[in-house]
Write a protein that binds this ligand. Structure first.
Ligand code: 4NP
Length: 161
C-alpha cells in the first residue's frame, strides 16, 4: 500500500480538492486497494468543517464529490504513516519539514511540493484561493488535475512496478 497525504493551510480548499481528484483517478485506474489518500491542514482553524462551498461546487462541476470530507490538522503520526506528504505551497512545505525535524523521524525524502509531480506546468505552488473569487477555485482545479496525473504516473512507475 502507498499512502499519500495532501496538505494545505486550512484543509478546506486546496488539499481536500487534491484528495478528491486524486482518489477518483486512483479508483478509475483500478488502484484503490494499492493507493490510499487523505488530506490535512497545517492549522486547526477549520477542524471538523466541510470543504469551502466554492471548492465543493468547483469539484462538482468536474464530477468530483468532496462534500463529505472533514478538515483536520496534520498530526505527528501522519509524518510516520504516510509515504508521501505533499504540500500545496512553500509555507506549508516549511511547516511540514519543521514538524518532521521536531519529531526526529526521517521524513525528508517523503515531504515535498505536490506540483513538483507536474514539472511541465512551470509552477510549483497551488495558490491559496480562500480570499479570492470563484474563478480561483477553477484555476486550483486545473493545477491539481495536472499534479494528480503526474503523481499517479510517478507512483505507478516508482512504487507499484
Ligand atoms: P486552504 O485555504 O489552505 O487551501 O484550505 C485556506 C483556508 C482557510 C484559510 C486560509 C487558507 N484561513 O485563513 O482560514
Amino acid at each position: 500500500m502507498v499512502r499519500v497525504l495532501f496538505v494545505c493551510l486550512g484543509n478546506i480548499c486546496r488539499s481536500p480538492t487534491a484528495h478528491g481528484v486524486f482518489a477518483k483517478m486512483v479508483a478509475e485506474a483500478g488502484l484503490a486497494r494499492a493507493i490510499e489518500s487523505d488530506s490535512a491542514g497545517t492549522t486547526d482553524y477549520h477542524r471538523g468543517e466541510a470543504p469551502d462551498p466554492r471548492a465543493v461546487a468547483a469539484a462538482k462541476r468536474r464530477g468530483i464529490d468532496i462534500a463529505r470530507l472533514r478538515a483536520r490538522p496534520v498530526e505527528p503520526a501522519d509524518l510516520a504513516r504516510f509515504d508521501l506528504l505533499l504540500a500545496m505551497d512553500r509555507p506549508v512545505l516549511r511547516r511540514l519539514s519543521a514538524m518532521g525535524r521536531r519529531l526526529g523521524g526521517d521524513a525528508r525524502g517523503r515531504v515535498g511540493l505536490f506540483l513538483d509531480h507536474a514539472p511541465g506546468l512551470g509552477v510549483r505552488e497551488v495558490p491559496d484561493p480562500y480570499l479570492g473569487g470563484e474563478e480561483g477555485f477553477d484555476a486550483v482545479l486545473d493545477l491539481i488535475e495536472e499534479g494528480a496525473k503526474g503523481l499517479l504516473a510517478a507512483i505507478r512507475r516508482e512504487r507499484l512496478e
